[in-house]
Design a binder for this molecule. Sequence first.
Ligand code: NAD
Length: 269
Amino acid sequence: MPAAIDLTGSVAVVTGVCGRLGAVWVDALLGAGADVVGLDVRDTVGPELRAVLDAHDPKRFLPLVADVTDTAGLRRALDACLERAGEPAVLVNNAGIDSPPSAEGTGWRFEDIPDEVSGGVLDVNAQGTLRMCQVFGSRMARNGRGSIVNIGSMYGGLAPDPRMYEHLPVDPPFLKPPAYGMSKAGVAALTRYLAALWGPAGVRVNTLSPGGVLGAQDPVFREKFDAKVPLRRMARPEDLTGPLLFLASDLSRYVTGTELAVDGGFGCW
Ligand code: NAD
């Protein structure tokens, strides 16, 4: 019989907790018995996280304001985690940004994408994950146990299809900038690097790469997207919790360095 998922007594650290998926990961981890330390650059708990916290014992959640682009701040967050929650055993690197729209609110012409736009996305998504692993992951390696789940994206391995955005009434036509996929490919590369480095120390490192998650997308986009997914729909938040708990827990004790696509089969094309 496989072990049941029981993270009671473990401390799980999650970044980007104030966003949509952050609340999903927090809910799953609290539900599995872990105490959760939630980092975000924002200090406002959004409605998704508020609903999750209201459903659990608030004493098992420690919110910390921290920016994944600021290593000194992350060191202070580790100190607070150790003092107020305990040694981290699970780390979910979820904080991420998409590329901001151009000043006109449209996409970017490829040749016009400013350095700071690409650099900003890489800094948060890829280097932010690296910094979290340097600060929190190194502590886990020193302790000789732990599981790190880096949140990637199917766009780390696939190109966005420009035809998905053709219906949008903007000129120039919307183009999803490349830095997002570049950053997520970097996250998957970092996962493999650290799995090799820290496997002997007892820390596993994996990437969980969601496909499109149902949100406020326009109906035409959703129709086009659903038609491309072999399972014929976008992900619902609850589709992601099982894969997260699998990677976070001992159920995946012989799995490291891998990328688990949770994309309804989008990546099959
Ligand atoms: P979101 O924008 O709702 O939440 C992201 C959170 O990260 C926000 O609370 C934000 O404040 C925080 N954040 C941003 N910059 C930060 C920084 N420098 N330091 C600390 N926190 C910071 O996004 P989401 O939809 O919840 O996505 C979460 C993760 O999942 C991201 O890494 C994203 O790339 C990935 N993902 C999302 C989808 C999707 O469809 N939603 C699909 C694939 C992958």
